[in-house]
Ligand binder design. Structure first.
Ligand SMILES: C[C@H](O)[C@H](O)[C@H]1CNC2=NC(N)=NC(=O)C2=N1
Length: 117
């Protein structure tokens, strides 16, 4: 029988693992267990294949500072979100392209972005 040990390290202190086609796609139940560790504004898509959160800012300078911080995290973790950028808001969407669904990497990066606030 395969035993899985869930890490007890806080999500935002973990590092992403390289994605391969063998990367485990999380079930909806697993996603919900990770979701409660994030800021309550993160939304799990009904398909359980994407999480998203919209961040609001005072102006374009603040928005772009956030976008740059997210880009820095994305490059450090080699895990990249979709970003929809407007004047005073940015929607961040995470999914793992390699597997067409959500992996632990998506929740690790989401937690790192939450820690920016
Ligand atoms: C080669 C490189 O590690 C992969 O293409 C990474 C890059 N960033 C990625 N980001 C996301 N969101 N999903 C991926 O599957 C992914 N794969």
């Amino acid at each position: 029988m395969t035993q899985r040990i869930q890490s007890t390290t806080a999500l935002n202190e973990r590092q992403c693992l390289a994605c391969t086609t063998a990367t485990a796609m999380l079930t909806a139940t697993q996603c919900k267990a990770f979701l409660v560790q994030l800021n309550a504004d993160w939304v799990l898509a009904s398909s359980a294949k994407e999480i998203s959160r919209t961040f609001k800012f005072k102006d374009y300078y603040q928005t772009m500072a956030f976008v740059n911080a997210v880009a820095w995290i994305a490059n450090r973790q080699d895990h990249h979100p979709e970003l929809i950028v407007n004047y005073n808001r940015c929607q961040v969407r995470y999914s793992t392209h390699t597997i067409g669904g959500l992996s632990e990497n998506d929740f690790i990066c989401a937690a790192k972005i939450d820690a920016l606030e």
